[in-house]
Design a protein around this ligand. Sequence first.
Ligand SMILES: Nc1ncnc2c1ncn2[C@@H]1O[C@H](COP(=O)(O)OP(=O)(O)OP(=O)(O)O)[C@@H](O)[C@H]1O
Ligand SMILES: Cc1ncsc1CCO
Ligand SMILES: [Mg+2]
Length: 286
Amino acid sequence: MNAQPPTAQADGLQDVARALEAVRARGPLVQSITNYVSMDIAANAVLAVGASPAMVHDPSEAAEFAGIAAALSVNIGTPSPRWAEGMAMAADAAVAAGRPWVLDPVAVGATALRNELSADLLARRPSVIRANASEVLALAALAGAGARGGSGKGVDAGDAVEDAVEAARALAAQRGCVVACTGKVDVVTDGERMVRVEGGSPLLPRITAVGCSLTAVTAAFCAVEPDPLAAAVAACAVFAAAGTRAGREARGPGSMRVAFLDELSTLDAAGLADGASVHVLTGAAA
Ligand SMILES: Nc1ncnc2c1ncn2[C@@H]1O[C@H](COP(=O)(O)OP(=O)(O)OP(=O)(O)O)[C@@H](O)[C@H]1O
Ligand SMILES: Cc1ncsc1CCO
Ligand SMILES: [Mg+2]
């Protein structure tokens, strides 16, 4: 392990600002297979950062669409056997086309269907896994990456990110992917490098599907940034900054949801520096 002191925050945030500019300049087409709860906010978050969302899940078209999308996001939040078929076909088509895809294993650990589906999708080589701490612990245990399992309450986390950092690192190393473990702080790792992103607001987990939206936005960043660790850090930092800034004005979850989408759409380098910080814990960021 290549231990280094935390780098200057500004360096990491400059990379984030460049990645955000690239998303806005290129407007990548992002396919999302996501749960019924999240469809609206996830599509709006992808639009707000400057990409084009398309919610395409049915097995009759999911693989065909993955061939034209720049990146794919797969969220298992409201699963069924038919949706699972579409997820597997789309993931395989994305990999065959050399496109990145991001997995969100919602409430893995809660039911046999979610465990089987998550294990199946994990074998299809996601570029990034974006999950809360309880989901990271559960998925790592399922994958035999040495964790104790999670204490989630359905789709909500019951564990702190700090307690899932080693599971995230082990899972990423075992699978050769990036794990973005989110919560009060976010930790992003590829098994060697580890980056912590700070910011956000306690109002964020009081709005449903903000994590699902972050998963879809992570796919948008993966479409323009070839390093999936840098892409996941950028998505987390953009959410952290927009969350911090929206949280200052919001009166509760309702106005927060609106303010958060507005902040996402207007965020610039100054807003990033105002609302988020990026700390490289181990390994080179670039
Ligand atoms: N207490 C908090 N303070 C600041 N930011 C937070 C807090 N909790 C979550 N966040 C932020 O909210 C976003 C969603 O992360 P979270 O871990 O809550 O996802 P999740 O549990 O998968 O959510 P969902 O399943 O409802 O979509 C991330 O950007 C994360 O940093
Ligand atoms: C509330 C809820 N139930 C299934 S998915 C979802 C969205 C947050 O994960
Ligand atoms: Mg979630």
